[in-house]
Design a binder for this molecule. Sequence first.
Ligand SMILES: [Zn+2]
Ligand SMILES: [Zn+2]
Length: 395
Amino acid sequence: MSRSPYLVYSPELLSYNFGPQHPFNPLRIKLTIDLMQDIGLFKPGCVMPPSDAQLEDLLLVHENHYIDAVKRTGGNGAADEQDTQYYELGTEDNPIFAKMHEAACLLVGSTLSGAKRILSGQADHALNLSGGLHHAQRAKASGFCIYNDLAVAIAFFRKQGMKVVYVDIDAHHGDGVQWMFYDDPNVLTVSLHESGRYLFPGTGTIYERGSRAGFGYAVNIPLEPFTEDCSFVEVFDKVVPKVIAQFKPDIIVSQHGCDSHEFDPLAHLSLTTNSFAHAANGLHRLAHKYCSGRWLAAGGGGYDFWRVVPRVWSALWAEMLEESVPERVPQHWLDKYKKFVKVSLPETMKDDPAAFPPKPRRDEISEKNILSVEKTMDPKFLMKGDPEQATIVCR
Ligand SMILES: [Zn+2]
Ligand SMILES: [Zn+2]
């Protein structure tokens, strides 16, 4: 018998805002919540407000001097040269905004609120669409991410002695989370992303497997640009269920960035809504099969916030609720927003595959992706936790 899932949300979460010119625009969350309301999925009994993360929560994964720098720059409204040089605060990717620390704390607190609700047994699943800030590092902002809400939640579960699998399907490599638990054999990180040859942050090769006792507990599948649904689904199915079955985690923590969609302006993958629905459904089933239902999910990247994010993330929440989405995007939502955009808004909740003609190099791309899967899943390395083998690989 499953317990109801929780969506962690309050309008205050929209305060994490780098300004109108920045791609990480909180409007994408507002558009998604509005769509959920229009399709009847924003159920008051399943929505919980976030609480702030405390300093001790942030310190689970971040350095105190970095937190001080975030507080100071957000308080001043500006960064000095050192803040930019050492902490990457005040860069083009991570500009300073007023009360940045407070806004970032609330994002972390939201994911943590979901984590606590799952741990207490009040919920099987929880979702924080404002979270998923997978690039933030111990003492550095990175790629629009100030604090790493996912890593804080994972560290929280680790404190309870739990084994955690982290699955990241954002177009960008889940580097921040990976590096924070690179030595830990009780955290298996799995990232399916566009190859770092072509995209920020440049990491996530098949050779990043973890270190020391954590050797074999980082799993990376770098996908070729223009990867389509058929290849993504094949890769997901060959990797995620297998590593979870072998690892036997207590909880799944997942990041659902949808910047791997064909329309996304920042990355070069060619997925449609079908891949995201497949991943959400797969993780949901695996959570019930191996983790007594425990599944904590977050949003992440996604920069076509008119055409992609609201539909993909509404469908993710519908998956948690075990409800289906309607065939058509409600007219009320389309009428409300179509006057603001030059592009035409999709009228169906799911993409029609016929509207996405096959890419010319489809077979070659699929073959390359499967080659990466075979190398990554090599039993000589996977979940070995053997420092000797780590040495061999590094040579
Ligand atoms: Zn991304
Ligand atoms: Zn469920």
